[in-house]
Ligand binder design. Structure first.
Ligand code: ATP
Ligand code: MG
Length: 346
């Protein structure tokens, strides 16, 4: 098995170095190959996603990705900016399923936006469809009254669209994830108003027949947004489309305390995946040795679970993270009175 390691820019290098140490400590005999991505790749090879990096990512069973982006590249043409690397990887690898767990660790309940009793023990998995919906539907555009074709029109428009196979494949991924957890799936839509999401609901119900051991519930997105802050612990696995998922996963992130703790995974049909922290390259703290590496270490755990067939090793990492938190060690972003701050520079 081969892992492509793409540290990228800013704190990417620091946090990936820590995750690699953890992977090595597991002694699982994976091959790890490093490559440049993002701004550092542009600086060295003239492109944020060089051919060699893309080739490596395609060959590998999984990609461990740090972060990309830095102020110094802000003025480049759009297609050369570091952020294009992640969009290119998603597209080229066909990563259609985005997994974002929102876990509130016992010791960090005070850092949540909600009251501790609402989030103690919180463990939600949000699955967002990543390659369809209004982000990619055609036609889209803008037209003005003066172009003559549409008298009176001065407008912009996007198209919300899902094709059956796109819903089916994310449904299968979600039901299978629910089978591995609490056997309960919440599908979030807007079936009362949108044809696209009435179709989504119909297809979810059809696919459900193949997973009779999982309980499927449907909820409108406005209600789901409310339930996430009212009674988040009632949710186990939540599946939704690209746009609702974008919004709800950020909302859920705020329940957990720090962005420095949140991993993510993006998977394709072959269970190949790209694993990265939910946060960015944090140029404001790069090079100071104070970045929280736990989001990346937990992303490596997801990689072991979903792409590399090593769930026990994933459990070991997750237990170790809990143990470190229980011991009182903290990076600055999760530090509180009575704990001990760590980092290479303090
Ligand atoms: P992107 O657009 O790439 O998502 P962003 O501008 O949204 O990036 P981040 O890079 O995620 O922002 O950083 C947001 C804030 O969170 C910054 O102040 C940053 O220092 C902090 N931050 C992000 N990741 C970590 C981390 N691992 N440890 C500590 N602080 C972090
Ligand atoms: Mg951001």
């Amino acid at each position: 098995m081969k892992i492509a390691i793409l540290p990228g820019d800013g704190i990417g290098r620091e946090i990936v170095t820590e995750a690699v140490k953890v992977l090595k400590a597991l002694d699982l005999s994976f091959e790890m190959e490093f490559a440049d991505v993002g701004g550092v790749a542009y600086a060295a090879h003239g492109h944020p996603l060089p051919d060699a990096t893309l080739k490596l990512a395609k060959q590998a069973d999984a990609v461990l990705f740090g972060a990309v982006g830095d102020f110094q590249y802000d003025n480049l043409e759009r297609h050369l900016r570091p952020e294009q690397a992640i969009l290119g990887l998603r597209k080229e690898l066909g990563l259609f399923a985005n997994f974002r767990p929102a876990i509130c660790y016992e010791q960090l309940t005070h850092a949540s936006s909600l009251k501790p009793e609402l989030v103690a023990g919180l463990d939600i998995l949000i699955i967002r469809e990543l390659t369809g919906d209004i982000y990619f539907g055609q036609p889209r555009g803008r037209r003005t009254a003066s172009d003559g074709h549409f008298p009176g029109a001065d407008e912009a428009f996007d198209t919300m669209r899902y094709a059956r196979p796109e819903i089916e494949r994310i449904a299968h991924v979600a039901f299978q994830a629910a089978q591995k957890r609490g056997k309960k799936l919440l599908s979030v839509d807007k079936a009362n108003v949108l044809e696209t999401f009435q179709f989504w609901r119909d297809v979810m119900n059809e696919v459900h027949k193949q997973y009779p051991d999982v309980t499927l519930e449907h909820m409108y997105v406005d209600n789901a947004a409310m339930q996430l802050v009212k009674a988040p612990k009632n949710i186990d696995v939540l599946v939704t489309g690209n746009m609702f998922g974008d919004i709800l996963s950020d909302e859920a992130a705020m329940l957990t305390g720090s962005i420095g703790m949140l991993p993510s995974a993006s998977l394709n049909a072959k269970n190949q995946g790209l694993y990265e922290p939910s946060h960015g390259s944090a140029p404001d703290i790069a090079g100071k040795g104070i970045a929280n590496p736990l989001a990346t270490i937990l992303s490596a755990a997801m990689m072991l679970r979903y792409s590399l067939g090593k769930p026990e090793a994933a459990d070991r990492i997750e237990r170790a993270v809990k143990k470190v938190l229980a011991s009182g060690l903290r990076t600055a972003d999760i530090y509180s009175e009575g704990t001990r701050k760590v980092g290479t520079v303090e």
